[in-house]
Design a protein around this ligand. Structure first.
Ligand code: AP5
Length: 212
């Protein structure tokens, strides 16, 4: 059975951190729409030029652009055994489109971990987050400071005022998405304020229970 997992949660919940760990342990590709968009912006593609202002403003990219980006990525052969999706879907329209894509190959989403974190924790995590432009590694100025050799920058959407907009976008869209996956019996809640390792082991146990 192919293993399609959809990690959802507010900005800074640890979706990327946990999706990378699941991807390494389960040997499945990690597909983050945020990262795919940032790659396009860096490479100055037509898509990148269209979405740059939207993303730096902290609001969601329109469904049709996002769905087509994911559809192209899921066609790659490395996705056949399954994928750890991070940050997609974020709207019921995206969730329906994903189900249709998977259904074409007789697949389905097996688990949707919803990682919850309070707003004040999100703000602290994101406004002090820094990313090494050469390695892509993520640091935190206070809790995980970058080494002197790192060449770090702040994501344009990590400024406090944009983080607040991103949090509002999350709350605006999350209820129907949670309802969609609750109805399908795949939604599981996780406390994202626990240590990273604890969250990872809980997620792995949940995947195992769903795929045993
Ligand atoms: P995206 O890149 O997906 O941003 P996001 O959802 O706002 O999430 P982040 O990447 O900021 O946080 P994360 O949850 O991955 O946390 P992380 O692991 O880095 O999307 C960016 C933009 O692209 C969107 O705003 C939108 O414009 C567009 N977009 C993307 N997908 C879209 C879609 N489907 N539809 C429409 N538009 C879309 O962790 C954060 C920090 O916390 C790190 O420093 C980490 O080390 C630390 N940390 C993580 N876990 C813990 C822990 N347990 N304890 C302590 N610290 C922790």
């Amino acid at each position: 059975m192919a293993v399609f997992v959809v990690v959802i949660g507010p900005p800074g919940a640890g979706k990327g951190t946990q999706a990378k760990k699941l991807s390494e342990t389960l040997v499945l590709p990690h597909v983050s729409t945020g990262e795919l968009f940032r790659d396009n912006i860096r490479d100055r593609t037509e898509l990148g030029k269209r979405v740059e202002v939207i993303i730096s403003g902290g609001v969601l990219v329109p469904d049709e652009l996002t769905i087509s980006l994911v559809r192209d990525r899921l066609r790659h052969s490395d996705c056949m055994p399954g994928v750890i999706l991070d940050g997609f879907p974020r709207t019921p329209g995206q969730a329906r489109a994903l189900d249709e894509m998977l259904d074409e190959d007789g697949n389905r989403v097996v688990l949707v971990p919803h990682i919850r974190v309070r707003d004040e924790v999100i703000l602290e995590r994101l406004t002090d987050r820094r990313v090494d432009v050469r390695t892509g590694k993520t640091y935190h100025l206070k809790y995980n400071p970058p080494p002197p050799s790192a060449e770090v920058e702040q994501r344009p959407d990590d400024h406090p005022e944009t983080v607040r907009i991103r949090i509002a976008e999350y709350y605006r869209n999350i209820s129907p998405l949670l309802a969609y996956y609750t109805e399908r019996g795949v939604l599981h809640e996780f406390d994202g304020e626990q240590p990273i390792k604890v969250v990872t082991s809980q997620l792995l146990a949940a995947v195992e229970a769903k795929t045993a």
